[in-house]
Design a protein around this ligand. Structure first.
Ligand code: AMP
Length: 511
């Protein structure tokens, strides 16, 4: 099994079909993409790179990303994606830990700090003349064999974003990614060759591996010229090339909806720019998804997964999001949906015993999307995967219909006076208050209660926060003991490169 066969299959079947777009401009047909991959694969082999060797991609979103990715797989190599927003020294740590032999970079990120990557045999700036020469090739038959790989061989060595400590290398295999790609069709969306995926989120993360289902369908891959998320650009590109699909973190969805609302776009007009927005990676509050559906129409699907089971955990489908007549619609909106087709989900206590429906415990995932383990870290692997089940570190509960509702990461749980309090529940309430843009709730150490609830609140532009009103809202909706004892009004929340709120940093601020 080798994911590169997905590309060869399309290149043989429909070589002229458009594959990679730089904005509205064609960057590669499926045939050209495969040609470049086999050419690069030959270069890797000529340089002595062996199957299983690592190649790092320290690149911002770029049209050549997918070419390097599939070229590495063609030659049986393992790709180490590195988030472009990391400092060069952080990237260096990952490169050293993975013992990568080559790196592909975009100069804008490596020249920023004056630090240079070291310990590599070859560093290729994908915009350089050297790279252009590599990419300007005469057309030749597709006759370089794809290196055979076993399903459990590594394809993608992804370093967890980790909000504390050193990142761990998550070993993702060809089987894991094949499973993820196939699950997309049943659990997320149907795809056809005329579809287009836009890479607005970093390609070094889940958004990038969504290239796989789109390649399976022979669809197009669009890299926005801005290289990232610009709502106006995406709306315009969708109008020009056809409705886009994309993966977006909830904060990005919010900005997309803000744009649509500010521009006075109808849901129908939004539909000309976007086919499907898949959201996940962080909590989406019920109030936010309701607004998104109201403004942009039924074009959202939620997924829950983690680097250790990439993009595959649960899904909350378009149909479920639309089914407002269902008696449990409100609960479903706040859930992350049901187990995706290739996996099973359980909720257990700390000893790994399955809990009755409705009780909150740790979420476990089992199936072919679950990683092979952590790179050269058997202790961490043994604690994350037990008897074939991945312990996600997320807390949640299942209902009788199979819907999973996440409460929080286990480490975000607040224990106050011996009672468990899940910050998300309070955040859901506070977000309904007028003038509140964003909220993050954490526990602060307290001599009497152990911990007390503190809410960090970001006001909407031009609004003042009325703390008494927030308190009254909490009293109406949740148990008294869960109410924040304190409110901190801030202009923004600290977030990591993927848009996740850094609760550890907020806790540190409280001493
Ligand atoms: P990462 O490994 O960086 O992708 O982070 C995975 C973590 O993000 C999960 O363990 C969850 O805590 C969180 N997460 C992912 N998807 C969702 C979702 N749909 N809703 C809430 N949290 C999510």
């Amino acid at each position: 099994m080798n994911l590169a066969h997905l590309l060869l299959r399309q290149a043989r079947m429909a070589p002229e079909r458009h594959a990679i777009l730089n904005g509205t401009q064609l960057a590669a047909t499926h045939g050209q993409w495969a040609q470049r991959c086999q050419h690069l694969a030959r270069q890797f082999q000529a340089a002595g790179l062996q199957p299983g060797d690592r190649v790092a991609l320290f690149m911002r979103n770029h049209v050549r990303y997918l070419e390097v990715l599939f070229a590495a797989w063609w030659a049986g190599l393992v790709v180490v994606p590195i988030n472009a927003k990391l400092h060069v020294r952080e990237a260096q740590w990952i490169i050293d830990n993975a013992q990568a032999r080559w790196a592909f970079v975009t100069a804008d990120i490596t020249s920023d700090t004056g630090d240079n990557l070291t310990g590599l045999e070859c560093i290729i700036d994908v915009d350089s003349a050297q790279a252009n020469a590599l990419w300007q090739l005469p057309v030749s038959p597709l006759d370089t064999p794809i290196t055979e790989r076993q399903p459990d061989d590594l394809a993608w060595l992804f370093y967890t974003s980790g909000t504390t400590g050193r990142p761990k290398g998550v070993m993702i295999t060809h089987r894991n990614l094949m499973t993820m790609g196939l699950a997309y069709f049943n659990d997320v969306d149907a795809l056809a060759p005329q579809d287009t995926i836009a890479y607005a989120a970093p390609m070094s993360h889940g958004a990038g591996i969504y290239a796989i289902p789109h390649l399976m369908a022979g669809a197009r891959h669009l890299v926005p010229p801005s290289g990232g998320f610009d709502p106006a650009e995406l709306f315009a590109l969708g109008q020009q090339v056809g409705p886009l699909s994309m993966f977006a973190a909830p904060t990005i969805v919010k900005r997309l909806v803000d744009h649509a609302e500010a521009a006075g776009l109808s849901a129908q007009t939004c539909g000309r720019s976007f086919k499907t927005v898949v959201y996940g990676g962080a909590p989406m509050y019920a109030a936010d998804i309701q607004r998104a559906l109201r403004v942009m129409g039924p074009r959202f699907v939620q997924i829950y997964g983690q680097g250790e089971s990439p993009m595959v955990g649960t899904a909350l489908s378009r149909q479920h999001l639309q089914d407002t007549a269902h008696p449990r619609h409100q609960e479903r909106l706040a859930s992350v949906g049901v187990a995706q087709t290739p996996v099973r989900i359980r909720v257990t206590d700390a000893q790994g015993h399955e809990l009755p429906l409705g009780e909150v415990g740790e979420v476990l995932i089992r199936g072919d999307s679950v990683m092979a383990g952590y790179w050269r870290n058997p202790e961490a692997t043994a604690s994350a995967i037990q008897n074939g089940w991945l312990f996600t570190g997320d807390m949640g509960c299942l209902d009788a219909d199979g819907f999973l509702t996440l409460k929080d990461r286990s480490k975000d749980l607040i224990i106050s006076g011996g009672s468990n309090i899940y910050p998300r529940e309070i955040e859901e309430v506070l977000l309904h208050a007028p003038g509140v843009a964003e909220v993050a709730v954490v526990g602060a150490p307290d001599a009497e209660w152990g911990e007390v609830v503190v809410a960090f609140v970001v006001p909407q532009a031009g609004h003042a926060i009325d703390m008494a009103a927030l308190d009254a809202l909490c009293l109406q909706a949740i148990a008294r003991f869960k109410r924040p004892k304190r409110y901190e009004v801030v202009s923004s929340l600290p977030k990591n490169n993927y848009g996740k709120v850094l609760k550890t940093e907020l806790r540190q601020r409280l001493g």
